[in-house]
Design a protein around this ligand. Sequence first.
Ligand code: NAD
Ligand code: WQD
Length: 340
Amino acid sequence: MRYLLTGGAGYIGSHTCVCLLEAGHEIIVIDNLSNSSPVSMERVEKITGKKITFYMGDCCDEEFLDEVFANEQIDAVVHFAGLKSVGESVSIPMRYYRNNLDSTIALCNAMSRHNVKKLVFSSSATVYGANDCVPLREDLPLGVCTNPYGWTKWMNEQILRDLVKADPQWSVVLLRYFNPAGAHESGMIGEDPAGIPNNLMPFICQTAAGIRKELQVFGNDYNTPDGTCIRDYIHVMDLAAGHLKALEYSLAHTGIDTFNLGTGEGYSVYQMIEAFERANHLTLPHRDAPRRAGDSPISYADPSKAHKLLGWKAVHTLDDMCRDAWNWQSQNPTGYPKED
Ligand code: NAD
Ligand code: WQD
């Protein structure tokens, strides 16, 4: 098959490229490189020994999208492209609403015009809001989001539900990711955050590398067994494999369906520190700090629907995530180089 990946040069997109290429598919990537490096694409080609067709451009630009769809025969699309920093979305909400909503609308318009109506969308567990009915199931009512980024995912889901209602030829798969972590086992591709990382695993990696002095544990007085927040960390290669299954599902079905991509296991911040130290035989400087605004105490998936309908299950362990994240960090202390 020939799959188009918007945002395919980013963290999850680049790992998904590897997975799809290794499964024998052809890949076309659109990315404006606003939060990624073209080196990730070169590295994917090195890992797989296969070529990617890359278009540098913006998914909000319908004329550009029309050109891509006119040039390429495409069977289905994964829409990763989006801005994802929670804190930044609070300070510049309009940039988030503009980019994350316009890109989906422009993409779907172009897809309709070119009669490509199979779409896998990158949603997030953030749409459950502060709902603490764990494990979180896809049929729970959507929550109240705590930041504009979360609302863009919530709104995108609604836009896509309305699209499918109006045109039943569409097939849309909404994937709600939990907490992606780790890297490809080669250490050649991984998460390369700009500036100070917001997320736990890249912050842990940069602290272990000595780039950050210490990890702050945000809150130790939550109502959880050790007082720190619990999350469902999922290896990025498991997540990538979920996209392969979701694409196959989109080709075989019409309508809209939603799947959690998580492991179903929750780990606390203290457990993450212990696991990272154990897996990598090192000591991580850390100290307890006040709670971070907007954090819910506990979030983990019920992934049984993806298991049943997609035939997908996470197979990597927490130690795998810690080892692979550190392997990437150690080999690429400052992320991707400017030139490769
Ligand atoms: P990322 O920032 O590494 O990748 C997103 C890519 O999209 C980047 O390469 C960026 O340059 C590109 N992009 C952004 N806006 C674009 C536009 N208008 N046109 C073209 N390209 C554009 O992020 P990621 O972690 O790989 O996340 C991928 C998707 O998954 C995002 O939609 C994100 O919101 C979602 N998601 C991520 C997480 C996570 O924790 N990483 C969790 C849940 C959902
Ligand atoms: C995990 C835990 C922190 C950093 C975010 C987005 C969500 C989704 C995934 C895209 C929390 C604690 C963190 C640190 C810490 N992204 N922590 N010290 O908040 O579950 O989810 O990323 O869709 O929308 O909100 O992930 O990695 O930021 O935090 O103690 O320096 O680690 O408080 O308990 P989160 P995270």
